[in-house]
Design a protein around this ligand. Structure first.
Ligand SMILES: [Ca+2]
Ligand SMILES: [Ca+2]
Length: 139
């Protein structure tokens, strides 16, 4: 865990950089697909969302939720990820929805940098890494 300074532009640049996004998202997907069937089930996606810590970030959801509220939240998140409604989330759906979530995060952040606590394997951490890489390449 660490505290990083992020603004909406950094997050948006990352979301629109397909190569960077895939590099960060694909390993997560493989890791989350614990039974290795190439898709994420409801429970696998739930673990993903809990780990990525994105739902809280996006909606400004209060951290303290009842289990029922959380279930409803993850239920609707699954419906959102499962774009073709076949009851599973495949890699393409996972990538696309994370991109949309990141763009929503970017909109929420705007242009003023905000301090965020991110886990080492959080997607936002990949945003920071990409920013650092980009700025170190500047002359
Ligand atoms: Ca699976
Ligand atoms: Ca699907």
């Amino acid at each position: 865990m660490g505290v990083v300074l992020l603004d909406g532009n950094a997050v948006r640049n990352f979301a629109l950089d397909e190569a960077a996004l895939i590099k960060a998202v694909d390993p997560q997907f493989k890791e989350l697909d614990v039974n290795n069937d190439g898709v994420l089930s409801r429970s696998e996606l739930r673990v993903a969302l809990e780990r990525l810590n994105l739902l809280e970030t996006v909606g400004g959801f209060p951290v303290s939720k009842t289990p029922e509220e959380l279930n409803a939240l993850y239920q609707s998140a699954f419906e959102m990820f499962d774009m073709d409604h076949d009851g599973k989330v495949d890699l393409a759906e996972f990538r696309e929805q994370l991109k949309q979530i990141l763009l929503a995060v970017a909109d929420g952040l705007g242009s003023s940098p905000m301090e965020m606590v991110v886990g080492d394997d959080s997607l936002l951490h990949a945003v920071v890494d990409r920013e650092e890489e980009a700025s170190s390449k500047k002359p």
